[in-house]
Ligand binder design. Sequence first.
Ligand code: PMP
Length: 412
Amino acid sequence: MTARKSGPAGRPDPLAFLDDEVAALHERHLYRRLRVMSSAQGPIVSVDHRRLISLSSNDYLGLTHHPRLREAALAAVREFGVGSGAVRTIAGTMTMHEALEAELATFKGTPAALTFQSGFSANTGVIPTVTGETDLIVSDALNHASIIDGMRLSKAPRQIYPHGDVGALREILREARATGRPGGGPYRLILVVTDGVFSMDGDIAPLRELVEAAEAYDAAVMVDDAHASGVLGRNGRGTVDHFGLHGRVAIQVGTLSKAVGALGGYVAGSLALREILTQRARPFLFSTSNPPAVVAACREAIRVMEDEPELQERLWANTRRFKAELTRLGFDTGRSETPITPVMMGDPDVAGHFSDRLIEEGVFAQPVVFPTVALDQARIRTIVTAAHADEQLDVALAAFDRVGRELGLISG
Ligand code: PMP
């Protein structure tokens, strides 16, 4: 125990225990030092005063610094200023918010869409709004933290199925329909929730099978396409488009903070879904709407995704090449099928050391450790983007090769 230190007024510091908690994280090698960037996002970034090839952003299409998005944001600032000034339900709904939502709905092929301040708040907004004590949520074991928090905020009971295990999901659904609610009566709604692309492993949810299982038991499906937006489907429309499941997934969540290049989240689905969210979703009701620059950049991003399909093609060409080379070098890239490629290390210490050595070699790739992944599943998580040039990927791969041999992870 740390001695209770004095607080500002000479009194014992009531938060002194936090020092112990931070020290414990350091001791267990689980403390995450923030790497500070002094440049714009992009394939080359300045981190801690070094120029590094970045394999760490979610900027899949390179839109964070796309000239058309910059111009759209600047024009919006000039005309509308920097803040929206209110929550959506008071005075924070501008024409551009509604226009973005109409454009998102068209893009996604749904009757309606509603934006939130982030993908995280979209999940924590939508799940407790559509589910309550008469319902059941059935969730993949590896779903994102924001889905987990959304479920915690809901009064609905929940069941977890092992990651991607459609057989186990079917069993849960069968049982739930056979026995009904613990208090008696059938469930009003059974909602099956999954990430579209899993953010730590880069694998794609078996959405077709999940939808078929849900349909067999009269359940609805919600997919969180944070890492599928801009990546999968025509022009980056996401997993529903990728699998040809239009009209069969009740709730699609997406983020505007990754491939779309700015910030925000949305829920796409029926008109009634949008309506109820505008009345009940707490982040929508109680947190200020996104500012004009962000909204304008998101609108332009959708146009760029339609006009420049070569960005998505380049993303996938880079992805295929980078993955194939890592595998050829002898690395274990887990079950990844997308631009998110984990390089498995197991031991968090090794992952931390590997990442530090990569930085010395000019490559920025972050370790991912517990609690984000299981204790023995530490990894370096890489994401290549459309903006990476061949030579940059060559340098990155050579660094992985050198450090991998040095640390005995690959032989040769
Ligand atoms: N869902 C998933 C699956 C994610 O990976 C993330 C971002 N890590 C989010 C939601 C949150 O999105 P945002 O960054 O827009 O809040």
